[in-house]
Each structure stands twice: as C-alpha cells, then as structure tokens.
Design a protein around this ligand. Sequence first.
Ligand SMILES: Cc1ncc(COP(=O)(O)O)c(C=O)c1O
Length: 438
Amino acid sequence: MSSASHTTQDTLPHQLDDVEVARLRADFPILERRVNGAPLIYLDSGATSQTPTCVYEAEQHFYENFNSAVHRGAHSLAVEATDIFEQARSDLASFIGARQNEVIWTSNATEALNLITYSFGNASAGLGGEAARKFALGPGDEIVVTELEHHANLIPWQELALRTGATLKFIPVDEAGALRMGLAGSIITPATKVVAFTHVSNVLGTVTNVPALVALARSVGALTVLDGCQSVPHLPVDVKELDVDFMAFSGHKMLGPTGIGGLYGRGELLDAMPPFLTGGSMITSVTMEKAEYLPSPMRFEAGTQRISQAHGLATAVAYLREVGMERIAAWETQLGQRMLSGLASIPGVRVLGPTGGAQRIGTAPFVIEDVHPHDVGQFLDSRGVAVRVGHHCAQPLHRALGIVSSTRASTYLYNTTSDIDALLNAVSDVRGYFRVGK
Ligand SMILES: Cc1ncc(COP(=O)(O)O)c(C=O)c1O
C-alpha cells in the first residue's frame, strides 16, 4: 500500500517545498490528467480534495478481504471488519484529539450538523428524559450563528428554531467579511443555548477566533458547535484544546472517500442526547412498545454503516499525519499568500476578505470587474484550471459583501507554486478575452 511518497517524516525536509510536493503528487494519479488540452491545475480542494492511491487501495483491500457487516456477526469476517471499523474510529479520534467513543460516523458534515439539530429537536419534544433537558429549546431560548456560515451550518439551525420556537440570531460580518467580534458579547446573552460557528470560512478562508467565541458561550452556559469542514483538512485541530462541545467534518475534503464524515461530541453530552435516527444496531433492548439505546457512538449509528469508507478515511488520516499537519498548514499559507498578493496585483481583480493580519488558509476568493464568475470559471477551465464559482453555499455572506457570487481558488498539500502561477496567468487574461476594461 502506498503511503505519503513511501517516506517517513524523519526523512522529509522540515518544510514542504515544490520538490517534496512533486513527490507527493505521484500519490495522486488524477493530477497527471489533462483538461481541455492543458495540464490539470486543481484548485478546488475546498469543495472536494483529491484522493491518494493508498485510500482507494485500502477500500479495495477491505472489499477483497473483509467485506462484512460490523457489530452484528460472530463469524471471522464480521469480527475482522468490526475491528477495522473501530480502529478507523480510534485513528480519527486521535487525529482530532478526541476519545474513541466521541466520534460518530456520518455521511458528511451536513449530516453531522443535522444530527445535532434533530437530536436537539427531539430533546425539545421531550424525548430523552431528564438527561436530555440541557439540549431542549423553546420560545425565549436563542441560537447564535454567524454570517460567515455555509448553508449546512445555517439552515439546520433555522429549521430547529422554527420547530422549537427558539430565536435564531447571528454575529454579522463587516464590509470586508471579518466577523464583528465586538458585537458578539451583546449578541450572546444568558438566553443563548447554542453558539454554532465555522472554524474557517469556506468562502474567505479566514480563521475564526474560536477561543473568544467559546469563552463567550461558556460564560452564559451555552453549548458550542464548530463546523470544522475547512479546518480539519488544513490545520492541526485538537477539539480538547479548542474546548468545543461538538465539531462536524467531512472526509472527502481531507483526502478521504466521499460518503463519510463525522461528528465529534463530548462523551457525556453524546450519552445524554436523544438519537437522531433509530433502528438496528443502536439498542440494548426492544419490546413491541419501546426501546433502550446504547451509549455513544452506536446510539447515533443506526443501520448498516459506511465501513470501507471509514477505513479509507483512516488511511487518509494516516497519510496526512505522515506528511504532517503543521507542514501542510505552512505550505498552504505560503501558496495562499502567493495567490492573494498575485491576484490583488492584477488590474480589475478584487480579492475578497479582510486584509492585514487576518489568519487565512490557502484559499483565495475574488471577483473580476465586469466578468461574471461563471464566465471566469469557464475561461479558467479552458486553461485546465479548476476553481469553484458561484455563492459557495454561503448566500448570506455574499449578500453582506454586496455581491451575488465569486470565484474561489483553494489549495491543498499537492499544489505547487507553478499551479499558483498558472492560475495567475490565466486570471490575467480574463478581461482581455472578454474585451472588458479596454
Ligand atoms: C464550511 C463548510 N461547512 C459545511 C460544508 C458541507 O460539507 P458536506 O457537503 O461535505 O456535507 C462545507 C462544504 O463545502 C463547508 O465548506
């Protein structure tokens, strides 16, 4: 099985550089592709990352040797499959600083966030008894989100507010897209029961001040929910250090397969929360009238699970660990700065997001004067450059920035400085091609 370029961290140079990244790229055959006659320049990892061979080989190996249902059979295959599945959970948990029973498998971050809101909704409807009361919401209670949120961490809260009568509030951004942290202290009040916010904006790539929001939430006894979709793949993340109560993440954004993601929750909270989905594998006893539920994580994993995908994601995590999250973060920051300053120097290009000292991952959002982002995206694609265009599932943020849509280039550990230069060259030609600004 291939792993990160068949080397160990001891033999790698301290920082990632183009030479080292060229070696890593051999693990991602898709990066050899040509698109529209040009070499593929993949700058859309914020949407979905590419997958190293070791990840899909791990899934294939699972199907060839262990395929079986977990937590159900007494035969050898079922026992081995269960061990692989639980080992994957343990690997993922240690990657984010959690305990094994604190990671629940979901299809993706969207499902993880819906799991929380539906569980809170069930508690609000009186399910789960006394232990679940801390999750119950009703009229007079407040849920606080931010204007930065991806729709996946906004709409489930809107729906929960509608179902329970709670009030949804948000911390706004300023005209540059920075969270107005000065207002957070008055928006989070003793009526606040939950503060849900993104760790890294999927549009701007900016890193939220987690300690400040957690401190405010704690001061009023509110639960915290972190959307880790854009942080877990790119930064070292430790949930105990961050001190959040819940965190959602997606496997396909961190070199893993599609169809797998997860929810971290503090063990004592998960064991008290009413389940979202019910059915097989999550019970201790069932009568024709009622059922008793297992503790976390199985309490939240009704039905046959995503076994090969969990194994694939654990393999992706091993790969990330071997390369080193600190080095990945440093490399992407370097690429990000090259992108941001390069884009800002191109006439007619406006880079979005706060300038100055804001901490950002290697993501560059921008608009080009008089050219629609979809046209930008198509032109870049004609040069082999893959970026994301549109509202990136963050319509309220775009509205706050005074635009409808934008173009986003996002990097990962396999991008090189020449990828960035290819993007900058292509962007420089956009306005000429569309004959604007002459
Ligand atoms: C910040 C953020 N949250 C949530 C999501 C939703 O992730 P998924 O579609 O994998 O559920 C995304 C995906 O782009 C994201 O960037």
